[in-house]
Design a protein around this ligand. Structure first.
Ligand SMILES: [Zn+2]
Length: 286
Protein backbone atom coordinates (compact mmCIF):
# COMPACT_ATOMS: atom_id res chain seq x y z
CA UNK A 1 0.00 0.00 0.00
CA UNK A 2 1.29 3.42 -0.90
CA UNK A 3 0.79 6.39 1.35
CA UNK A 4 -0.78 9.62 0.12
CA UNK A 5 1.57 12.05 -1.69
CA UNK A 6 0.82 14.97 0.60
CA UNK A 7 1.56 15.22 4.29
CA UNK A 8 -1.07 14.63 6.88
CA UNK A 9 -0.84 18.24 8.10
CA UNK A 10 -1.63 19.55 4.60
CA UNK A 11 -4.86 17.59 4.18
CA UNK A 12 -6.91 20.44 5.66
CA UNK A 13 -5.69 22.81 2.94
CA UNK A 14 -6.30 20.27 0.17
CA UNK A 15 -9.44 19.06 -1.51
CA UNK A 16 -10.28 16.78 -4.39
CA UNK A 17 -11.38 19.18 -7.09
CA UNK A 18 -11.83 16.71 -9.92
CA UNK A 19 -12.11 12.95 -9.96
CA UNK A 20 -10.87 10.22 -12.21
CA UNK A 21 -12.79 9.29 -15.34
CA UNK A 22 -14.25 10.76 -18.53
CA UNK A 23 -14.17 14.55 -18.55
CA UNK A 24 -14.73 17.03 -21.35
CA UNK A 25 -14.54 14.34 -24.01
CA UNK A 26 -11.22 13.00 -22.72
CA UNK A 27 -10.33 10.54 -20.05
CA UNK A 28 -8.98 12.16 -16.89
CA UNK A 29 -6.36 9.63 -15.88
CA UNK A 30 -5.81 11.00 -12.42
CA UNK A 31 -7.28 13.04 -9.66
CA UNK A 32 -6.92 16.79 -9.16
CA UNK A 33 -6.11 17.86 -5.63
CA UNK A 34 -6.46 21.60 -5.12
CA UNK A 35 -3.84 22.97 -2.72
CA UNK A 36 -1.86 26.17 -2.32
CA UNK A 37 1.17 26.56 -4.53
CA UNK A 38 4.32 25.38 -2.85
CA UNK A 39 2.73 22.56 -0.87
CA UNK A 40 5.32 19.86 -0.30
CA UNK A 41 4.70 16.59 -2.12
CA UNK A 42 6.10 13.39 -0.68
CA UNK A 43 6.91 10.02 -2.22
CA UNK A 44 4.05 7.60 -1.56
CA UNK A 45 6.52 4.67 -1.49
CA UNK A 46 10.17 3.93 -2.16
CA UNK A 47 10.92 4.56 -5.80
CA UNK A 48 13.15 5.85 -8.54
CA UNK A 49 12.74 9.11 -10.44
CA UNK A 50 11.62 8.07 -13.91
CA UNK A 51 10.78 11.41 -15.57
CA UNK A 52 11.50 14.94 -14.35
CA UNK A 53 10.59 17.28 -17.19
CA UNK A 54 8.58 20.14 -18.57
CA UNK A 55 5.91 19.02 -20.95
CA UNK A 56 6.02 20.14 -24.55
CA UNK A 57 3.24 17.99 -26.00
CA UNK A 58 2.44 14.30 -26.38
CA UNK A 59 0.32 12.18 -24.05
CA UNK A 60 1.15 14.39 -21.07
CA UNK A 61 0.34 17.63 -22.92
CA UNK A 62 -0.55 20.48 -20.60
CA UNK A 63 1.14 18.90 -17.55
CA UNK A 64 3.67 21.74 -17.17
CA UNK A 65 6.53 20.70 -14.91
CA UNK A 66 5.88 17.10 -14.04
CA UNK A 67 7.50 14.18 -12.29
CA UNK A 68 7.04 10.44 -12.63
CA UNK A 69 8.26 7.98 -10.01
CA UNK A 70 8.67 4.27 -10.61
CA UNK A 71 7.94 1.95 -7.68
CA UNK A 72 9.33 -1.37 -8.90
CA UNK A 73 8.42 -3.31 -5.77
CA UNK A 74 4.79 -2.30 -6.11
CA UNK A 75 4.83 -2.53 -9.90
CA UNK A 76 3.45 1.00 -10.07
CA UNK A 77 4.25 4.43 -11.40
CA UNK A 78 3.01 7.68 -9.87
CA UNK A 79 2.79 10.97 -11.73
CA UNK A 80 2.67 14.55 -10.39
CA UNK A 81 1.76 17.41 -12.77
CA UNK A 82 1.53 21.24 -12.74
CA UNK A 83 4.51 21.45 -10.33
CA UNK A 84 5.81 24.87 -9.40
CA UNK A 85 9.28 23.96 -10.65
CA UNK A 86 11.22 20.90 -11.70
CA UNK A 87 11.99 18.45 -8.94
CA UNK A 88 15.43 18.62 -7.36
CA UNK A 89 15.82 14.88 -7.80
CA UNK A 90 17.55 13.74 -10.96
CA UNK A 91 16.21 11.01 -13.20
CA UNK A 92 17.44 7.70 -11.82
CA UNK A 93 17.73 9.00 -8.24
CA UNK A 94 16.29 6.82 -5.51
CA UNK A 95 13.66 8.32 -3.24
CA UNK A 96 12.37 6.93 0.03
CA UNK A 97 8.74 6.76 1.07
CA UNK A 98 7.64 10.06 2.66
CA UNK A 99 10.70 11.89 1.33
CA UNK A 100 10.00 15.29 -0.24
CA UNK A 101 9.90 14.99 -4.03
CA UNK A 102 8.56 18.29 -5.38
CA UNK A 103 6.30 21.24 -4.64
CA UNK A 104 2.87 21.78 -6.07
CA UNK A 105 2.16 24.64 -8.48
CA UNK A 106 0.05 25.82 -11.35
CA UNK A 107 2.17 25.28 -14.47
CA UNK A 108 0.98 23.94 -17.80
CA UNK A 109 -2.69 23.81 -18.68
CA UNK A 110 -4.12 24.40 -15.22
CA UNK A 111 -7.02 26.54 -14.07
CA UNK A 112 -5.78 27.02 -10.53
CA UNK A 113 -3.13 25.76 -8.11
CA UNK A 114 -3.49 22.01 -7.88
CA UNK A 115 -1.71 18.71 -8.12
CA UNK A 116 -2.75 16.36 -10.89
CA UNK A 117 -1.90 12.92 -9.52
CA UNK A 118 -1.96 9.63 -11.40
CA UNK A 119 -1.28 6.05 -10.37
CA UNK A 120 -0.24 3.67 -13.13
CA UNK A 121 -0.35 -0.06 -12.73
CA UNK A 122 2.04 -2.50 -14.33
CA UNK A 123 5.44 -1.53 -15.56
CA UNK A 124 5.02 -3.52 -18.74
CA UNK A 125 2.23 -1.28 -19.96
CA UNK A 126 3.81 2.02 -19.06
CA UNK A 127 3.90 4.40 -20.77
CA UNK A 128 3.44 3.04 -24.27
CA UNK A 129 -0.15 1.96 -23.83
CA UNK A 130 -1.48 4.99 -22.04
CA UNK A 131 -4.46 6.12 -24.01
CA UNK A 132 -6.93 8.90 -23.67
CA UNK A 133 -10.16 7.02 -23.39
CA UNK A 134 -9.70 4.90 -20.28
CA UNK A 135 -10.09 1.72 -22.28
CA UNK A 136 -8.89 -1.67 -21.22
CA UNK A 137 -5.31 -0.98 -22.14
CA UNK A 138 -5.17 2.10 -19.94
CA UNK A 139 -3.10 1.02 -16.94
CA UNK A 140 -4.21 3.84 -14.63
CA UNK A 141 -6.10 3.29 -11.41
CA UNK A 142 -8.49 5.64 -9.69
CA UNK A 143 -6.66 7.19 -6.72
CA UNK A 144 -9.98 7.91 -4.99
CA UNK A 145 -10.74 4.20 -5.01
CA UNK A 146 -7.18 3.21 -4.22
CA UNK A 147 -7.11 5.35 -1.08
CA UNK A 148 -10.77 4.85 -0.16
CA UNK A 149 -11.46 8.59 -0.46
CA UNK A 150 -14.97 8.34 -1.89
CA UNK A 151 -16.50 10.11 1.10
CA UNK A 152 -14.22 13.09 0.61
CA UNK A 153 -15.12 13.78 -3.04
CA UNK A 154 -16.46 17.31 -3.44
CA UNK A 155 -15.79 18.21 0.21
CA UNK A 156 -14.16 21.57 0.82
CA UNK A 157 -11.11 19.97 2.38
CA UNK A 158 -9.59 16.60 3.06
CA UNK A 159 -9.84 17.20 6.80
CA UNK A 160 -10.57 13.87 8.45
CA UNK A 161 -9.19 11.90 5.55
CA UNK A 162 -6.11 11.09 7.61
CA UNK A 163 -8.07 8.33 9.30
CA UNK A 164 -8.49 6.67 5.94
CA UNK A 165 -5.08 7.57 4.56
CA UNK A 166 -2.85 6.97 7.54
CA UNK A 167 -4.79 4.63 9.75
CA UNK A 168 -3.25 3.64 13.05
CA UNK A 169 -2.75 -0.08 12.85
CA UNK A 170 -5.23 -1.73 15.15
CA UNK A 171 -3.27 -2.92 18.19
CA UNK A 172 -3.32 -6.69 18.11
CA UNK A 173 -5.50 -8.24 20.78
CA UNK A 174 -3.76 -10.59 23.11
CA UNK A 175 -5.38 -13.65 21.68
CA UNK A 176 -4.84 -12.58 18.09
CA UNK A 177 -2.46 -14.52 15.98
CA UNK A 178 -0.75 -13.02 13.01
CA UNK A 179 0.02 -14.64 9.72
CA UNK A 180 2.77 -13.52 7.37
CA UNK A 181 1.59 -13.70 3.76
CA UNK A 182 3.68 -15.96 1.56
CA UNK A 183 3.94 -15.86 -2.20
CA UNK A 184 1.08 -17.75 -3.79
CA UNK A 185 -1.29 -17.04 -0.91
CA UNK A 186 -4.72 -15.57 -1.36
CA UNK A 187 -7.25 -14.53 1.23
CA UNK A 188 -9.61 -17.45 0.75
CA UNK A 189 -6.73 -19.86 1.24
CA UNK A 190 -5.74 -18.11 4.44
CA UNK A 191 -9.38 -17.93 5.55
CA UNK A 192 -9.81 -21.65 5.14
CA UNK A 193 -6.57 -22.33 6.95
CA UNK A 194 -7.78 -20.39 9.98
CA UNK A 195 -11.37 -21.55 9.72
CA UNK A 196 -12.71 -18.09 9.10
CA UNK A 197 -14.07 -16.06 6.18
CA UNK A 198 -12.55 -13.64 3.70
CA UNK A 199 -15.00 -11.05 5.00
CA UNK A 200 -13.63 -11.40 8.52
CA UNK A 201 -10.04 -11.17 7.34
CA UNK A 202 -10.84 -7.95 5.48
CA UNK A 203 -12.54 -6.54 8.56
CA UNK A 204 -9.65 -7.34 10.89
CA UNK A 205 -6.97 -6.02 8.56
CA UNK A 206 -8.46 -3.15 6.61
CA UNK A 207 -7.11 -0.47 8.92
CA UNK A 208 -3.60 -1.65 8.33
CA UNK A 209 -4.12 -2.47 4.66
CA UNK A 210 -6.92 -0.17 3.38
CA UNK A 211 -6.67 -1.48 -0.18
CA UNK A 212 -8.20 -4.75 1.09
CA UNK A 213 -11.56 -3.00 1.16
CA UNK A 214 -11.61 -2.22 -2.54
CA UNK A 215 -9.60 -5.22 -3.64
CA UNK A 216 -9.56 -8.23 -1.31
CA UNK A 217 -7.93 -10.27 -4.05
CA UNK A 218 -4.76 -8.28 -3.74
CA UNK A 219 -2.36 -9.23 -0.97
CA UNK A 220 1.41 -9.18 -0.97
CA UNK A 221 4.03 -11.52 0.45
CA UNK A 222 5.35 -10.08 3.69
CA UNK A 223 2.06 -8.52 4.81
CA UNK A 224 1.33 -9.46 8.41
CA UNK A 225 -2.35 -10.19 8.81
CA UNK A 226 -4.28 -10.47 12.03
CA UNK A 227 -6.13 -13.77 12.15
CA UNK A 228 -8.62 -14.89 14.74
CA UNK A 229 -9.15 -18.55 14.54
CA UNK A 230 -12.70 -19.76 14.25
CA UNK A 231 -14.23 -22.45 16.39
CA UNK A 232 -12.46 -25.71 16.10
CA UNK A 233 -14.97 -27.56 13.98
CA UNK A 234 -14.17 -30.15 11.43
CA UNK A 235 -13.50 -28.61 8.11
CA UNK A 236 -14.33 -30.19 4.81
CA UNK A 237 -11.85 -29.53 2.05
CA UNK A 238 -12.69 -30.30 -1.57
CA UNK A 239 -9.65 -31.48 -3.50
CA UNK A 240 -8.91 -29.50 -6.66
CA UNK A 241 -6.70 -30.44 -9.61
CA UNK A 242 -3.04 -30.01 -8.77
CA UNK A 243 -3.44 -30.61 -5.04
CA UNK A 244 -1.24 -33.07 -3.24
CA UNK A 245 -1.94 -34.36 0.22
CA UNK A 246 1.18 -32.75 1.63
CA UNK A 247 0.22 -29.39 0.11
CA UNK A 248 -3.20 -29.60 1.73
CA UNK A 249 -1.65 -30.61 5.03
CA UNK A 250 0.83 -27.75 4.96
CA UNK A 251 -1.84 -25.22 4.08
CA UNK A 252 -3.98 -26.28 7.01
CA UNK A 253 -1.15 -26.71 9.49
CA UNK A 254 -1.77 -30.41 9.97
CA UNK A 255 0.31 -33.50 9.31
CA UNK A 256 -0.07 -35.55 6.15
CA UNK A 257 -0.35 -38.67 8.28
CA UNK A 258 -3.24 -37.15 10.19
CA UNK A 259 -5.07 -36.43 6.95
CA UNK A 260 -4.69 -40.07 6.03
CA UNK A 261 -5.91 -41.10 9.46
CA UNK A 262 -9.01 -38.90 9.37
CA UNK A 263 -10.03 -39.84 5.84
CA UNK A 264 -9.00 -43.43 5.29
CA UNK A 265 -12.35 -44.88 6.23
CA UNK A 266 -13.99 -42.85 3.48
CA UNK A 267 -11.14 -43.22 0.98
CA UNK A 268 -9.38 -46.52 1.80
CA UNK A 269 -6.90 -46.01 -1.07
CA UNK A 270 -5.26 -43.23 0.92
CA UNK A 271 -3.55 -45.64 3.26
CA UNK A 272 -1.98 -47.51 0.39
CA UNK A 273 -0.91 -44.45 -1.58
CA UNK A 274 -1.36 -41.03 0.03
CA UNK A 275 -0.18 -39.44 -3.19
CA UNK A 276 -3.21 -40.65 -5.06
CA UNK A 277 -6.00 -38.15 -4.44
CA UNK A 278 -8.62 -36.96 -6.88
CA UNK A 279 -10.33 -33.64 -7.57
CA UNK A 280 -13.77 -33.61 -5.96
CA UNK A 281 -12.80 -35.70 -2.96
CA UNK A 282 -14.05 -34.14 0.23
CA UNK A 283 -11.45 -34.49 2.93
CA UNK A 284 -12.15 -33.96 6.59
CA UNK A 285 -9.64 -31.76 8.40
CA UNK A 286 -9.82 -31.75 12.19
ZN1 LIG B 1 -6.01 16.60 -13.68
Amino acid sequence: MMRFPIQNKDLRISRISSGYGPRWGRFHRGVDIAMPQGTMLVAPADGIVYVNATNRGGPTEGYGHYLILHHPELKKFTLYAHLRKLSEHRVGAKVKAEQSIAVSGNTGNSTGPHLHFEIHEDEHKFPARVNNHGGEDDPTIDPVKYYGLKDFMGKSSLTGADKVLYPEPEPPKKEDKTYKVRSGDNLSKIASQFRTSVKNLVEWNQRKYPSLRSNPNYIRPGWVLVVREGKKEDLEYTVVAGDTLSMIAKRHNVKTNDLVQWNQSKYPGLKKDPNLIFPGWKLVIK
